[in-house]
Structures are given as C-alpha cells and as structure tokens.
Design a protein around this ligand. Structure first.
Ligand SMILES: [Zn+2]
Length: 69
C-alpha cells in the first residue's frame, strides 16, 4: 500500500526534475566574425556585444557577458 501523498511527491519531484533538465534557449544572437584560430571560430554576440570562440563552427555555448569586459 502506497499512500497517495507519497505518489504525489514522487510525481512532483519527477516533474521538477524533467522541467529543470530542459535546455534553455540561447538568447544570444551569434554572428561569425570570420576570424579563425585553428578549429576555433570567433563569434560576436549581437545581443551583448562580446566575442567568444566556438569549436568547429558551433556557436559558443555560453555568453561571457557576466565575466567582465
Ligand atoms: Zn550574449
């Protein structure tokens, strides 16, 4: 016999877990500057005005906006 309260708690925890793992949309608008450093491509974030490097033509995964200038 499993109390309904326990089932509700497990369901809620599962829902939070699934929701929390959902990847967030990247709000940054990256544009390729054309600069290459080996396999790293330089991109500029049009949203934040900073530059970052992405590997093999992929946009940077994170924006360094919060790491200072
Ligand atoms: Zn950005």
């Amino acid at each position: 016999m499993i109390p309904a309260l326990v089932l509700a708690c497990v369901g809620l925890a599962l829902a939070i877990w699934v929701f929390g793992r959902r990847p967030r949309a990247n709000p940054c608008a990256w544009s390729d500057t054309g600069y290459r450093n080996g396999r790293m491509h330089e991109f500029r974030c049009e949203t934040c005005g900073i530059t970052g490097f992405g590997r093999d033509g992929q946009v940077p995964r994170v924006c360094k906006r919060g790491l200072g200038r």
